[in-house]
Design a protein around this ligand. Sequence first.
Ligand code: CA
Length: 222
Amino acid sequence: MRILVVEDDAVLVDVLQHALRRAGYVVDACRDGVAADAALADPAYDLVILDLGLPRRDGFEVLRALRQRKPVPPVLVLTARDALADRVRGLDLGADDYMVKPFDLPELEARIRALVRRTHAAAPEIALGPLRFDLAARRMTLEGSDLDLSQREYALLEALLLRAGQVVGKDQLVDKLCSRDEAVGTNAIEVYIHRLRKKIEPAGIRIKTVRGMGYLLEKPGE
Ligand code: CA
């Protein structure tokens, strides 16, 4: 799950990046609205945390531009202004939730989980044979036990599971696994796939290599 944080307060950006990475998300940050517009041209983001008072282009403009894109990721607006008018305007422009600064990190994390759950309401838990994935709780179990995965392995398996039975390109996997400031190539993906296979194949879950295209998480019985 990859999140874009758009916030001009450097200290807050550091706090958010640290907390969200610890929670297992891949996180990028932008410090102004123009950079945010450019970043959001990339459909890799699953969620946006957006401050309203931003340099160069405010959060309302970013929201308006974002609504023209498809698919539109859920947006959690952060703002120091708790004026009702701002809240209404933000929601009118398509914000999915709202938090007034200062806020508690556990509360922010809970709101993120709720947004993710709502976005994937049709599949709050994905099951693939003995593998079970609770998207909102960010928990994977295999044959009833917690699957011990590194952050990268988790992100990789999540990306494959959300599109089980379809080929997912290496480039798409790189997009889901790495923030902009981490240079990870497609070779690294092969290493993570190898580790992941060792953990899940004994239970009969197979990741097929589709040469020249990418990987496919096989549905049991196919
Ligand atoms: Ca601000």
